[in-house]
Write a protein that binds this ligand. Sequence first.
Ligand SMILES: Cc1cc2nc3c(=O)[nH]c(=O)nc-3n(C[C@H](O)[C@H](O)[C@H](O)COP(=O)(O)OP(=O)(O)OC[C@H]3O[C@@H](n4cnc5c(N)ncnc54)[C@H](O)[C@@H]3O)c2cc1C
Length: 206
Amino acid sequence: MTEVQFSSDLSVQYVQHMGSDAMICRAAKVSAQALEAQDAEESARLIKFLADNRHGTPFEHTAMTFMVTEPIFVTREFHRHRIGWSYNEESGRWRKMEARFYLPPVDRPMTQEVIRESSYKAYDEYEFLLKKGIAKEVARQLLPLNLYTSFFATCNARSLMHFLSLRMHKTALWEIRQIANAAYDIFEQYFPLTAHAFVEAGKVAP
Ligand SMILES: Cc1cc2nc3c(=O)[nH]c(=O)nc-3n(C[C@H](O)[C@H](O)[C@H](O)COP(=O)(O)OP(=O)(O)OC[C@H]3O[C@@H](n4cnc5c(N)ncnc54)[C@H](O)[C@@H]3O)c2cc1C
């Protein structure tokens, strides 16, 4: 019998990025044909102006790709973000789904026990159907929403800020907030002036 794993991990990993705060400034200044390099202080001022005035298009000349690993119920919320986002997710048609389930990291023994039991049962039944020769794409419908999935998500700084404005908010689901906070940390590393301007503007996306 396959060993079933439980985890509370919610992970966002950096894959690649394109562009920089300087590139956003260049895109903003192309209208005035004033493309000469500027110092960090001027860049910070310009990016703050763009963020405060919701002048959003210069932020679109960038890209970031994340590898996200989280349960399906969080992914359903993530993939509602359509504009400026591209996704590629692991397949339940071409490969057997891994026996890895999410358990909320809270001290609620009864909830945890029920989730564990139902996850074991669902995976058992999934494997039973596979052994009977049922196609993976059919058998997978028995698996619950706390099964882990993983996907590549590519966005630009503007679409990321829109996602962050909704998903870092205190009213968002706790799990997607952890994912959004982790994505913000990566964003801040590669686009520090933009990330800080976004926070200073009250986390309102430009
Ligand atoms: C706290 C919370 C609770 C939620 N609860 C529910 C729920 O109960 N049920 C549910 O179904 N969803 C729910 N959602 C999802 C929500 O309705 C959005 O689908 C999700 O947040 C993605 O936002 P978005 O459409 O702005 O993003 P994107 O799809 O990335 O769109 C970005 C922006 O593009 C513009 N845009 C995109 N598509 C169109 C269009 N067709 N017409 C005009 N303008 C467009 C809008 O300005 C939009 O804000 C919830 C979201 C949050 C944050």
